[in-house]
Structure formats: C-alpha cells, structure tokens
Design a protein around this ligand. Structure first.
Ligand code: MG
Length: 367
C-alpha cells in the first residue's frame, strides 16, 4: 500500500445560481483540486479539496495546490492505509493548512477501502443508515424569491430541511423569515444562517425574532466570544459553523455549552480522519451535527455520505449535497437527492470515480 505517485487536477465548477451570503458576498463558480493517489499495487484513491471561493473560510484554491506541492514529494513511499501516521507525516511536512491535507487524507481513505473491498462507512465505524437526510441550501434573495426557491427544492427533490440565509439587513431578513415560516409544512425543519454577518446587537435581535419559531440559528457572531454571548442571552437553538475549526473549539463548546448543533465540514477540520474523531466526541457529548464540506464535486459528497452513514442517526441532523448547485458533474451517474435523501453507492472506498475527461491532464504529478 505504499504511495507510488500523486496526481493533481484542477476543475472549474460553475454554479447554477449566483450564490449569495451575508456581507454581500456572491459566488458564481468554484475552483476544485482533485487528487489521485496511486499505490504500488495500482489502486487509485481519489480525494478533493474545494474551498467555497477565497473569502468564505481561511484558505483558497491556490493555497490547496501550493500546500500539496509542499507536501506531496514527502509522501511518496508512505503507506496509504496508515491513516494516523499519514496525517502525522503531513503535519511534519507542513504546519496547518488542514483544508489541503483533507484531499490527501480522503484519497488515502478511498485507496484503503478499495484495498480491503469495503465501503468507507464500514471503516469509519459501520453502516447505521442507508439514506441520509439532506438540507437544501437557499441563497440570499428577497422574500418572494426565497419562498419560490424553497418550494422548488421541496417539489423537485423532496427536501424537508432547508438552510436559508440571514444577510445582515435585518428588516429584509425578518420579512424572509416570516414569509418562509408562513409556508413551512409541519414536518419540515429550517435553519437560518447568518454566516458571521451580524454584529452582537443585531445577532441578539435576530435571535429574539427567530425564537418565535421552531428553527435553528446558525453562526450568528464573528467570534467565539460573540457567539457565546448570544448563547447566554437567548433560547433559540444555535448551530456553530465557520468558527468551529477543530478540537480546540470542541473542548471550548463542551466546557461552555456554547451551541446545540455543529456544522461539521470535513475540509474545515482537516479531513475525514480528524472529522471522524470530532464526530465521535460529538456523539459522546450528545451533540447532533450537520455533516457537510465547504464545496466540491460528487467525490467530496461521497466522503460526506460515508461519514454520516457511519454516525448514529440521532446525531445526524442532516447532510449537505455539496454538488447540489454545481453546473457540471465530475462523477457520472453518482445519483441525486431524491425524496430529500442521498444514498451511498455501496461500492468499496468512496464508491465514486471521476470522469477522466472532466479532469483533463494533471496540473502537477509527483512520483
Ligand atoms: Mg453555515
């Protein structure tokens, strides 16, 4: 299982919508880096890192490829199935940059699964569920358009969990919340995500407004301290996302009881190996998660599915189909959200392989 070569591919993924978040940020396409790790026995494991542009989280697509260029030569010859040792080796080669290490970690998990002919969900703990409940991500917009988008997601793909955006313009945001909740069906659940776009007074005001409804308020403040201040002074359930960066935040949340749910994005915490550890701690502390990633193709989506599938169902609030807004498919016939759920392929490893024509030639190779 020694790593023989590492190939890096770049894929520009257009989005089907202009996707907006608080602070007036808008994205039209994503820059994905796809990694193929080939072992001595000829198994190819696939991984991916696809930041949601350069201004959503710290990290950017150029940073992924520069980090891989720094690490890849030092990884040749290491065992692709010794996951902890591999992550330690990456930490020796490069401090931080977990979102880049995530691509190598994913590719090696895929190779490991293929080598033992088992889906990753088995290696990550076992298969608890065959279908994963998906959350629809709804871009910023005026109230009427947001309601239309929710309706479309419900009718087309059977979604019953929706994440709508808080822009920071509270008078308009409250119209959106009101309009969305007026059309909500009893079995549906709603998240309103501020994406760090509110200052503390506005976050408190928004939390007060949302507490009239049975909803979750995601990432109200820019800092842990602001978030904690919101938690202490409101009663609406809170989900932490952007400021949840890994184990250090995990310990603080457990100690302070800062939130009720975590948005566990695999890339944000440095890959599947680290996300599995955090997942296990969340379960031990009774903390449900929305298991997601920052963006990416059906390859990243498969990693999300396997981590969620191997998590006790009562702790999986939802997963996000990170490819839901992609204008191209990197993996052929990888399936879609139907009746609000995704199903794993059941094949070994990640269970998906990219269409090589979509990848084009590698932008870098290490051997
Ligand atoms: Mg979020």
């Amino acid at each position: 299982m020694k790593i023989r070569r590492i190939d890096i591919y770049r894929v520009e993924i257009p989005l089907t919508v202009e996707y907006g978040m608080s602070g007036g940020r808008v994205w039209r396409s994503l820059d994905a880096t796809i990694v193929g790790v080939t072992t001595e026995s000829g198994i190819i494991g696939w991984g991916e890192s696809c930041p949601w542009g350069p201004n959503y989280l710290p990290g950017h697509a150029g940073g992924v490829r520069a980090s891989l260029d720094e690490m890849a030569p030092g990884l040749i010859g290491l065992q692709a199935n010794e996951m902890d040792k591999l992550n330690q080796a990456m930490d020796q080669l490069l401090a931080g940059h977990g979102y880049a290490k995530h691509a190598i970690d994913m590719a090696c998990w895929d190779a490991f699964g293929k080598s033992v002919n088992l889906p990753l969900s088995v290696l990550l703990g076992g298969i608890y569920q065959e279908t994963l409940p998906c959350v629809a991500s709804v871009s910023t917009n005026d109230a009427q358009k947001v309601v239309e988008n929710v309706r479309e997601d419900r009718e087309k793909s059977g979604y019953s969990i929706f994440s709508c955006k808080i822009t920071g313009d509270l008078s308009k945001d409250f119209q959106v919340v009101k309009a969305v909740m007026e059309q909500a069906e009893p079995h549906e659940s709603y998240i309103f995500d501020a994406n760090m776009g509110l200052n503390l007074p506005d976050a408190l005001c928004c939390a007060e407004f949302l507490s009239r409804y049975n909803v979750v308020f995601e990432q109200p403040g820019k800092t842990y301290e602001e978030f904690h201040a919101v938690r202490k002074r409101t009663r609406v359930p809170l989900m932490m996302d952007e400021i949840f960066t890994g184990m250090e935040t995990m310990w603080r949340i457990i100690s302070d009881k800062t939130c009720e749910l975590i948005n566990l994005k695999i890339a944000k915490v440095g890959g599947l190996s680290r996300a599995r550890l955090i997942r296990d701690i969340c379960v031990a502390h009774g903390m449900p998660m929305s298991i997601q990633c920052c963006g990416g193709s059906e390859i990243t989506r498969a990693a999300i599915i396997h981590l969620a599938q191997s998590t006790r169902p009562q702790y999986v609030h939802s997963i996000w189909d990170c490819a839901e807004l992609n204008g191209i498919k990197v993996v052929r016939d990888a399936g879609e959200v139907e009746e609000g759920v995704l199903r794993p392929s059941g094949l070994p490893g990640l269970g998906v392989a990219p269409d090589m024509a979509m990848l084009g030639p590698p932008v870098a190779s290490y051997l």
